[in-house]
Every structure is written in structure tokens, then in C-alpha cells.
Design a protein around this ligand. Structure first.
Ligand code: GLN
Length: 189
């Protein structure tokens, strides 16, 4: 199973290490043709507007095609890119997941924090590292909420697309990445 990690910017290397720890083969995706050889993709955290600038037309097209037909997991800025609707400021989303997401949605006061919250993935509460995190303000029909922080969905899934507004790659817990690998194993939506 080959998993691509979009490696233009941000904390892609922590995702690489986690995926390798779980036995996946990882490709750091930097060029448009690399999308062709992977079974699943992680879009890491970083700055979503910068991703959009760095992608370039060809990679943007490849990314857009990929997220609509193959398993993809976006964390933080990656979740913003996957969303149908992006606010604060408004910015184009790939529309792979029917959610409305607000960039830097927790404001300055708790812009970065570590919490624990329950998850439907089973087992103990999940540690969640939030870094200038976006806030999911709306989930569309059929979007499954796998974890919440207070009233806010923070880990969601529909079909083979998953998104987290926190950074599971920065915690020791491997459950979230393992769940994504399960999606990839089970094929496309
Ligand atoms: N604040 C960033 C954005 O709006 C996301 C932060 C992150 O990925 N840690 O794109």
C-alpha cells in the first residue's frame, strides 16, 4: 500500500514517520506525476493559502482529481483544502467533503492547545493537538463525526475522505492514521 504525503510545505515528515511505523510505504509528493502511483493521500497541516499558491496549476488539477476518487486524509490546513466552503477569509476549497470550515476559528486566545476528547474510534479519549486550528462550523448530510471537541466536530469522514482539525501526527496515539489506512485498504468510495 503506497501512501502519498503532500510535501510542499508544513509538517509532512511527522506523517511519513507515523505511516511507516504502521507499515505503509510512503511517497513524499512534490510533483504532479507522483499522484499516479499512490493509493491514498495525506494533506498535512501548514498554511492552506500557501498550499494553494505552491501547488501550481498542474498539481492542483491532479490533487483535485485525486481527492474526488481516492482515499484522502486532510489535517488542519489539509482539512481546509478538502472543504466545500472556507471562511475567514473566503478561499476556494476542493469540495471533497461537505463541510464549512473557518480558518483560525478558535481565535488567538486558544489558538494552540492540547486536549483530550472521546472518539467513536474506540478506546481511551484521544489526545488532540490544535495549532491555529480551523473550526468546522457545519457538516453536510452523511458526514460522520468521529470526534468532537466541545460541540465542534474535529474528526470527520464521508466515504473515503477524512479530515481532522487537529494534528494526530504529533501525538503518540496511532489510531487516527490506522483508521485512514483501513479506508485505503477497503478501496475507494
Ligand atoms: N491556520 C492555518 C490555515 O488557515 C492552518 C493551521 C495548521 O495547519 N496548523 O491554513
Amino acid at each position: 500500500m503506497k501512501i502519498g504525503v503532500l510535501a510542499l510545505q508544513g509538517d509532512f515528515d511527522a506523517h511519513r514517520r507515523r505511516l511507516e511505523e504502521l507499515g505503509a510505504e510512503v511517497v513524499l509528493v512534490r510533483k504532479p506525476e507522483q499522484f499516479d502511483g499512490i493509493d491514498g493521500l495525506i494533506i498535512p497541516g501548514g498554511e492552506s493559502s500557501t498550499f494553494l499558491k505552491l501547488l501550481g496549476e498542474q498539481s492542483f488539477q491532479k490533487l483535485n482529481d485525486f481527492v474526488h476518487c481516492k482515499p484522502t486524509f486532510g489535517t488542519c490546513a489539509g482539512a481546509i483544502l478538502l472543504a466545500k466552503q472556507v471562511e475567514n477569509p473566503h478561499q476556494p476549497g476542493l469540495n471533497a467533503l461537505d463541510i464549512t470550515i473557518r480558518r483560525n476559528g478558535y481565535g488567538r486566545q486558544i489558538d494552540s492547545t492540547i486536549v483530550e476528547a472521546a472518539t467513536t474510534l474506540g478506546g481511551d479519549p484521544l489526545e488532540m493537538v490544535f495549532i491555529r486550528a480551523p473550526r468546522i462550523e457545519r457538516v453536510g448530510e452523511g458526514v460522520e463525526v468521529l470526534a468532537k471537541y466541545g460541540d465542534d466536530p474535529v474528526l470527520v469522514r464521508k466515504g473515503s475522505v477524512m479530515a481532522a482539525t487537529f494534528h494526530p501526527e504529533l501525538s503518540d496515539d496511532t489510531r487516527v492514521h490506522a483508521e485512514f489506512l483501513k479506508l485505503v485498504k477497503n478501496g475507494t468510495k
